[in-house]
Structures are given as C-alpha cells and as structure tokens.
Design a protein around this ligand. Structure first.
Ligand code: COA
Length: 503
C-alpha cells in the first residue's frame, strides 16, 4: 500500500488512528453525516469498521443503529456494509444500494427522500435534528488545517460545520491533482439574511478550493489508500440511441426557432445509462462549445470534455466508470481548469439553476398521459432510488426534459400509464417527454392536448390502443372536465402488473 503523507498539519497528524478505533467513537443512536456522492469521495474504512462493530454488538444482543446522512448514493463499503448488519435506523437523502433498498421496502429501515438541494439547509434550519458526527473523506490536509476535498463535495461543508465531532479519512489514492478543482462557497446564510449567490456563468468560481474545519472538533484521522467505486455504464442500446436522437433533433429545432443559442444552455444530465447515452449522442452531434451545470459528471461528459465539445463542466461529484476514472486521474491537471466541483447546495440550487437557464434531462419510472412523472416508486409503493436532484433541476430549468424507454420488464409494463401511481414531478414541471417512440413537446398545451401528444408520440404500439381507449372513455365519462379520468379503473393497469400479468 502506497500511503504518501497527505497530512501536513501537526495537530491533526497526532490524531491518526486505525479505522476500528475511529469507528468505536460512534455510538448507537447518533446521526452521522458521511461524505460521498455516487461512488465518489465516500469514506472507505470507517463505515466498514463500524459495520463490524455493529455486528459484534448485535451478537451480544445489543441493538446498534445510527442515522446515515450523505450527499447521495454511496457504495457497497458504506450503504451496503451498514445495511447488511441492519445498522441504519434512518437513511437520507438518496440511495441506490440493493441491500438498503431491500431493507427500506421490507420496513426495516426508515428513509426520507429529500431534494438534494434541501439537505444542507434543512440541517442548518435544525429540521432534521442534531448531527453528531461527520465522517468525511478528503484528499489531503494542509499545514494550516484546511482540507483538500476529495472526488465529491456533496454536503461535506455542512457536515463539517454542523457536526459536533469530525472523523477525517485521508485517502492517498485520490489524485493530488484534485487540489484547486473545487469551489466551496462560504456565503450561505440563514433567512432573513441570505444574499444572492454571485454565480452568473456555469464556469464561475465564487469560493475557495478548500474545506474549513475546526481542528478542535476532529476526534480521529484515518489514513486510507482505496479507490472510488462506480459501476460501468452499459454501451448505449438501440432505445437509448433513439432517445438521444429525438433529443438532439429537438434541440436543433429549438436553435433554429431562436429559443436556444447555438451553444445551447448549460446541460444537466441525470443518472444512468440513458443519460450517459444522450451525452454520447451530443458528442457526435453538431453543437460546439457546450457547458454543463449538473450534479454528476459521468463518462459521457468526460468524453465531451476530451473531444472539446464541452468547454467546461460544473458538478458536485464524479460518477465515472473505473476506466474513465483512470483516464481522468492520469490527466487530471489538464482538466482542472475546466471542471469545477461544488457543494450540492450550490450545484443544485434553484436560484442558480433558474438564473443560468439549464437544460435538464432526467430519467423516470413512469409518466402519465397528462405529463405527471414518477421517478421513484415502482407500482406506487416500492422505492427504487429517490428523487435525487431531479426536482431541483426540473422545477427550475429553462427546459425540463424527462426520458424513458416506453416499456419496462420485457414489455410487460408500459412506462406511459393513465395515472402515475406516485408523483415526483407534476405536470407543471414537465415540458418535454421522450421515449424511443418519439418526443412530446408539452409546452403551451392543456392537459387534454397533452394526453393526445403523449399517447401518440411516446407510448409503445403494444399499449397505444389501450391508452387511447382509456382516454376516449374518460372523455365520454366526464365531458368537458379539465383532466378526465375513470377513477374506478385508473390503477387497474398497476393492479394487473402486480398480479404478474401484462399491464
Ligand atoms: N415499472 C417497474 N420497473 C421499472 C419501470 C416501471 N414503470 N421503469 C423502469 N423500471 C425499472 C427497470 O426495469 C430497471 O430495473 P432493473 O434495474 O431491475 O433492470 C430500473 O427500473 C431502472 O430503469 P432503466 O430503464 O434502466 O433506467 P435508468 O437507469 O435511467 O433509471 C430511474 C431510471 C428513474 C430509476 C433513475 O433515473 C432514477 O433513479 N431517477 C431519479 C433520480 C434522478 O433523476 N436523479 C438525477 C438527478 S441529477
């Protein structure tokens, strides 16, 4: 293990201990703010040591559970390890770990799904209770005690400020070249004293490259040398390529109409393979000098930075496959000026998103014929991941685009349904809906006009006749109503799926 010295502050160096010793300082019942946003910048050693500690306590008949607050999803060494030993009482604000998901849906773990931009301020407001401990990965510690952030920022600034005690993991695997890439703004205030956030271009730097932390609060420093862990992206399939094609055509049309500049507006791209495929499409498309103001920087965006299509990217975390991460780390100095990592309260801030005029592109589980979108709950009840930043962006974007394959589970389920079984984004925040079948531009359309366009352009041919029939009968049943529905049968679609039948 190559552990170069990254701790240049003598007082903090004197607090170095093992992960097991550090984990033993966390007590059952505590709320713990962990770093981490997707598989980046999460603590690699203390959570696993804590999981072992919890398992030992359980074997001795003691209940040991903590509250786990993060930036967003993390990795198996954090969410997976703690969920495996049933050590999480309350999880927030976003997860995508299979064991967590199973425990949440089995009623064994409480979960609050919060807009990512809300988390920091909710902690400052005192809405979520007391934050006892922060466990934060950093890439190094300066002589004066300031911290070089790691490969994600997430809520680290808030955790370090608000927690009573701090445990630092100093990970020498993280590239030393990360220094200077981050932009931490310390100008946030509580209402009524808030000031405008002075960010007017997506590439602006408004803060400082280091995190501050009162050294008196630091109770342990743990040295690690462990890689981030993100999953690989699937190569774009036919459906993703078609979705990307529809979006590209639409953006070109908007430029032609004069509603978008030639270099577009800053792009936000959600999580997952489809979002990544759209970036691949843009990389081959006609647009130049693009910018991104987004949450995570995935492989597709790195490719665009490499090709020069993307001039700059602002995010709160890297979310790269191992291969892309290796490429980035090998050449990080080259990208340092063009990539900015910010706290998620800024990367996802409604004020900034509205000012910059973002083009938001996010995935969904189901959309209904009137344009309401469910991003989180399968069959209305079972959590998939969480809303993440999709609401922060969709509600405030210049253009809010949602995309999905038209069918799921081998064609058994239609992703276009009469009524969404759970709503994360209302019809008011959904301007464009895209499936591999086509694109529905919902701007300026009433609910009844929207229903026709969504069924016609987005539904799979296997489900189009049934959706058209539903809509026709809903119109007959409630002539003239603003949003016609047949309440007695509207969730029959989901009930059939729950019985294992085709929707
Ligand atoms: N009913 C049941 N399952 C469905 C479904 C539906 N209507 N639509 C999709 N699914 C399932 C898929 O079958 C797949 O399941 P699997 O993992 O068992 O194969 C899973 O949901 C993911 O779907 P996929 O089509 O691969 O899309 P994706 O990777 O783009 O993910 C979301 C889609 C909605 C789950 C994902 O975008 C998400 O979590 N969004 C919310 C957060 C967000 O938007 N963040 C970005 C903000 S910056």
């Amino acid at each position: 293990m190559n552990k170069e010295n990254r701790i240049h502050n003598a007082a903090l160096r004197s607090k170095v201990m093992s992960a097991t010793e550090a984990a033993s300082l966390i007590q059952s019942g505590m709320n713990v703010g962990m770093s981490g946003f997707t598989g980046s910048g999460y603590p690699k050693a203390v959570p696993s040591a804590l999981a072992k500690h919890i398992m030992d306590a359980n074997l001795n008949g003691k209940r040991f559970k903590i509250g786990v607050w993060t930036g967003a999803s993390t990795a198996p060494e954090l969410d997976g390890a703690l969920a495996m030993v049933d050590g999480i009482e309350m999880r927030l604000p976003y997860q995508s770990d299979p064991t967590c998901r199973k425990r949440i849906n089995a009623g064994e773990m409480e979960y609050i799904d919060i807009h990512l931009s809300h988390v920091a301020q909710f902690v400052w407001f005192g809405f979520l209770g007391k934050l006892d401990v922060a466990v934060v990965e950093v890439a190094g510690i300066l002589e004066d005690g300031r911290l070089i952030p790691s490969s994600s920022i997430g809520n680290n600034k808030t955790w370090l400020d608000q927690a009573d005690k701090v445990i630092l993991e100093v990970n020498s695997w993280q590239s030393a070249q990360l220094e200077g890439m981050h932009d931490i703004w310390y100008g946030t205030q509580l209402p009524p004293n808030r000031q405008p956030i002075p960010l007017v271009r997506s590439s602006d730097r408004i803060g400082e490259p280091y995190l501050r932390c009162d050294p008196e609060k630091v109770i342990a420093v743990v040295e690690t040398h462990a890689p981030d862990r993100n999953s690989a992206f699937a190569p774009p399939d036919e459906n993703s390529k078609k979705i990307a094609g529809h979006i590209l055509e639409f953006l070109q049309h908007e430029v032609k109409k004069g509603r978008l500049p030639r270099e577009l507006l800053p792009l936000q791209s959600g999580v997952g393979n489809i979002a990544n495929a759209v970036m691949a499409g843009l990389n081959e498309g006609p647009f130049e000098n693009l910018t991104a103001y987004t949450e995570v920087l995935q492989d597709g965006m790195l490719e665009m930075l490499k090709s020069g299509k993307l001039a700059s990217a602002s995010a709160t975390a890297f979310s790269l496959s191992n291969q892309a991460l290796a490429e980035l780390n090998a050449d990080l100095a080259k990208y340092r000026e063009r990539i900015i990592l910010r706290p998620q309260e800024i990367s996802n801030h409604p004020e900034v998103i509205r000012r910059l005029g973002i083009i938001a592109m996010n995935g969904l589980i189901e959309a209904d014929i009137y344009g309401n979108v469910n991003s989180t709950h399968v069959m209305g009840s079972k959590i998939m991941n969480g809303i993440g930043g999709s609401g922060d962006f969709a509600r405030n974007a210049y253009l809010s685009i949602f995309m999905t394959p038209s069918q799921a589970k081998g064609g058994a389920i239609s992703c276009i349904v009469p009524m969404a079984s759970h709503v994360d984004h209302t019809e008011h925040d959904v301007q464009v809906l895209v499936t591999e079948q086509g694109l529905a531009d919902l701007r300026g359309l009433s609910p009844k006009q929207r229903a026709k366009v969504i069924i016609e352009n987005c539904a799979h041919p296997n489900f189009k006749p049934a959706l058209s029939d539903y809509y026709k009968r809903a119109l007959e049943f409630s002539p003239g109503k603003q949003t016609p529905h047949l309440l007695e049968e509207v969730f029959g679609w989901h009930l059939r799926a729950l019985r294992g039948e085709r929707m």
